[in-house]
Design a protein around this ligand. Sequence first.
Ligand code: HEC
Length: 311
Amino acid sequence: MVRIIGFFVGAGFVFVLLWSLVVNGLDYFRNPPEHAAYYYFHKDPRDAELPSDGMMGKFDRQQLQRGFQVYKEVCAACHGMKYVSFYQLTDLGYSEAEVKAIANQWAIEVPSVNPDTGEAATRKALVSDRFPSPYPNETAARAANNNAYPPDLSLITEARHDGANYVYSLLTGYANADTYRNAEGKPVPNDAKPPQGLHFNPYFANLNIAMPAPLVSDGQVTYADGTKATVDQMAKDVSAFLVWTAEPTLEARHRAGWAVLVFLLIATVLAYMAYRNIWANAKRQVSIRGPLDPEFRERMDEAKADSGIAG
Ligand code: HEC
């Protein structure tokens, strides 16, 4: 009796569980959960079409110099580059004297110590210094930027998915959330619009970024090589520059890649020829003398037929 009661109680539990599974499952498919605003408005980066793209990619030194100029005149006010040294700029085609002058005139000084008092001080940058951050530490940086931290830009194109294209798209992607429409013409819902101090940008992960659009008007920098400094051009150039800062040896890597491919190709041909050479005799013997050789079998079948042996 107790067993039967136990059975019914158990069956009751199973029934309730199954019931809730079916009802909730149906409800999930009938009224699927609403997607977050990110789902409708976040965009994948646009292609910046940089010359360093692809397996054959090379840097355009002229463009890197322009990109450096944008970094120097715009981005350096908020972003440091602690893995890049001034002396590396000779890679971009600047002479040593020019690099010295660039370091000497850098607007942000390098942290140092007063030799007399031992107190914290700053001094002019030297060629051997890394590009300094404008803030002494992260707390100061956040305090000055609405509690957001402007990341170090040395490795940013490696640190973000589709780095260079992302930086380019981010810089050119600012929009007015009130008038913005996505590809389906959907306006931005009120709860996804930027709160005070943030800026709408569909390329940024959560759509609202603390960095105000840094490149706002054509001609914001004056290029020495006469290139027209449109916002698009400046964004492309600084992205190209940030590819170089993250991987100054990209060209050497591409060249080494090709050398390795050619080497492997030659090695493959040699290995194939060696293989043919080593196995040439062994194969011939098998095909002539083996009991499974079709010619041999044919002769045997004939002999059998001639002498009237079955099978
Ligand atoms: C007024 C200060 C300021 C200037 C000038 C500035 N930035 Fe920023 N930047 C910020 C802040 C603050 C953030 C952090 C944003 C956040 O986390 O919401 C940021 C973030 C970024 C990011 C990272 C975005 C991410 O995915 O996390 C990149 C890339 C960037 N800035 C590039 C640049 C470039 C390139 C320039 C120059 C053209 C520039 N910034 C100029 C303040 C600045």
